[in-house]
Write a protein that binds this ligand. Structure first.
Ligand SMILES: Nc1ncnc2c1ncn2[C@@H]1O[C@H](COP(=O)(O)OP(=O)(O)O)[C@@H](O)[C@H]1O
Ligand SMILES: [Mg+2]
Length: 423
C-alpha cells in the first residue's frame, strides 16, 4: 500500500471509530469496531482491548479480533506491572521479543498462536489508565510515524468510549435505584395512610373510655395503675399514628414571608429543657444576611425540631450541638447545618435513614427524617448528611429563598416529592 493510501485508510478508520463513540452506539460495538479496524489498517494478526476493573484491578477482556478462543481463554491479566509501565512511559510500547519480555504473561501460548511481535497502548483518561489496547503481529516489522500516531488516536477514542460507558452505567444504576425506592415509598405511603386512618378512630374510643374509667376507680388501686398504663400507651400509639398521617398526607405547604433564624430560635426554645437536663451545650451561628423568604413556618419548625431531637438522642448525655445558618455563595439559598457530637451513623445506615420506618431506637418510629425530607423537598430544597461513627453527625438543609409567594398557580416545588436523597 502506498503511503498516501495508508494515510487515507487511517483517516477513514479514525472517522468511523470517532463517529461511533459520539453516536448512541453501545460501547461493546465501539470496542469491537476498534479492534477489527485497527487490525485491518495495520495489516496485523489481531488486536485485543482490555478494560481495567476498578474493583479487582485486573485487566478484563473488552473486545478482541483475529485471536483464537484458546488464546483468549487465558483469563484476566494482572494490571499492576502493565499499567505502571504504560502510565510511566505514557506512550506506545513495542514488544519485539515476546518470549522474554515480562509484559507478556503467557509467552508460550502467544508463540503457538503465531504471534511474533506486539504493540501496547495505554488507554488514558486524565491521569488514569482505564485499559490497554494490544495489537499482535505475525512477524517483526518497523512502524512509521503515521502508523504510531494513528494507533495513539485510536487508543484515545477507545478511552473516551469506556469513559462514556461508565458514566451511562452509573447513571442507569442510580436511576434504577431511585425508581425502585420511589415506587416502594409511594406504596408504603398509601398503605400507611389507609392503616393510620382505620386505627385512629378505634384508638380515640379506647382513650375516651379508659379516661372516663380512670376517674371512677379508687386512687392507688391496681385497676387504676392498669388503666393509666392503657392511657399512656394509647397516647403513644396516637402520636405514632399522627406522625404517620402527617407523613402520608399530601399537605401543601402554607407559605408566609418568614425569617429562618426566628424559626431556628423557636425550635431551640421548644427543646430548652432537654438540652439542660442532658448537659448539651448549644452553639448558634446565625447569619443575619439571610433575607425573609416564603415558607411554611410550622413545617420548617417541625424539621428543625426533628433534627435537633435526633441530635439530642444521639448525644444522650454531655455533648454539643452547633447550629449554623448562612447564605449560599450564589445568595439564592439559605443553608442550615445542625452538627452534633453524638454516636454518629454507621456507613451502612446512611442510605436508609431517610426511609420511612427506619429506626435504630427502641422507641423510634423511623418517621422523623422521612417527614423532614418530604417537607424540605416540598419547599424545593434539599437535605443531606455526613457522619462519622463515635464522632458525630452533620445534617445540611438548603432552602431556596423565595422573594415572592409562588404558592399560587403552578409551582414546581410544591408537588409532593416521594424520592430519597441520593447519598
Ligand atoms: N443526629 C443523628 N445521629 C445519629 N443517628 C441519627 C441521627 N439522626 C438520625 N439518626 C439515625 O436515623 C434513624 C432515623 O431517624 P428518624 O427518622 O428521626 O427516626 P427515629 O428518630 O424515630 O429513629 C435513627 O433511628 C438513627 O439511627
Ligand atoms: Mg427522630
Amino acid at each position: 500500500m502506498n503511503r498516501f493510501l495508508k494515510i487515507e485508510t487511517f483517516y477513514r478508520v479514525f472517522r468511523d471509530v470517532s463517529t461511533s463513540v459520539h453516536s448512541g452506539t453501545r460501547v461493546k460495538e465501539v470496542l469491537d469496531l476498534v479492534v477489527k479496524k485497527t487490525t485491518e489498517a495495520l495489516s496485523a494478526k489481531g488486536a485485543l482491548l482490555r478494560i481495567l476493573n476498578l474493583e479487582t484491578h485486573q485487566l478484563e477482556l473488552g473486545a478482541s479480533y483475529g485471536l483464537s478462543d484458546r488464546y483468549l481463554s487465558k483469563g484476566p491479566v494482572s494490571s499492576e506491572k502493565m499499567i505502571t509501565d504504560l502510565y510511566r512511559l505514557n506512550k506506545v510500547i513495542i514488544i519485539e521479543d515476546i518470549l522474554t519480555d515480562s509484559r507478556v504473561q503467557y509467552p508460550q501460548e502467544a508463540w503457538q498462536e503465531g504471534i511474533r511481535m506486539m504493540l501496547d497502548l495505554p488507554l488514558t483518561l486524565g491521569n488514569h489508565v482505564v485499559g490497554i489496547l494490544r495489537i499482535f503481529f505475525a512477524e517483526k516489522r518497523t512502524f512509521t510515524e503515521e502508523e504510531l500516531s494513528f494507533v495513539v488516536s485510536i487508543a484515545e477514542q477507545s478511552a473516551l468510549a469506556i469513559d462514556k460507558a461508565r458514566i451511562i452505567e452509573a447513571q442507569q444504576a442510580r436511576y434504577d435505584q431511585l425508581a425502585i425506592q420511589t415506587e416502594k415509598l409511594s406504596a408504603l405511603g398509601r398503605m400507611a395512610a389507609a392503616i393510620a386512618h382505620e386505627i385512629n378512630n378505634p384508638l380515640a374510643g379506647v382513650l375516651l373510655y379508659a379516661s372516663n374509667l380512670v376517674k371512677k376507680v379508687p386512687d392507688k388501686s391496681q385497676l387504676k395503675e392498669g388503666l393509666e398504663v392503657i392511657i399512656r400507651e394509647t397516647v403513644r400509639c396516637k402520636s405514632i399514628i399522627q406522625e404517620l398521617l402527617e407523613f402520608s398526607r399530601d399537605r401543601e405547604p402554607r407559605k408566609t414571608l418568614s425569617n429562618i433564624n426566628s424559626i431556628i430560635e423557636k425550635a431551640l426554645r421548644i427543646l430548652e429543657n432537654e438540652f439542660r437536663l442532658q448537659h448539651i451545650s448549644i452553639e448558634k451561628r446565625l447569619s443575619d444576611e439571610i433575607e425573609n423568604t416564603f415558607l411554611d413556618e410550622n413545617q420548617i419548625e417541625q424539621v428543625f425540631v426533628n433534627l435537633l431531637l435526633n441530635a439530642i438522642q444521639a448525644i444522650e448525655e454531655n455533648g454539643q450541638i452547633i447550629i449554623k445558618s448562612f447564605l449560599s455563595p450564589d445568595r439564592n439559598r439559605a443553608v442550615i447545618t445542625i452538627e452534633d457530637t453524638g454516636c454518629g451513623i454507621p456507613q451502612q445506615h446512611l442510605s436508609k435513614i431517610f426511609e420511612p420506618f427506619f429506626s435504630t431506637k427502641k422507641k423510634g418510629t423511623g418517621l422523623g427524617l422521612a417527614v423532614s425530607y418530604g417537607i424540605i423537598r416540598n419547599h424545593g430544597g434539599n437535605i443531606t448528611v455526613t457522619s462519622q461513627c463515635a464522632q458525630g453527625t452533620c445534617f445540611t438543609i438548603e432552602i431556596p429563598i423565595l422573594r415572592k409567594d409562588s404558592s399560587k398557580g403552578a409551582n414546581l416545588y410544591e408537588r409532593r416529592c416521594t424520592s430519597y436523597p441520593d447519598n
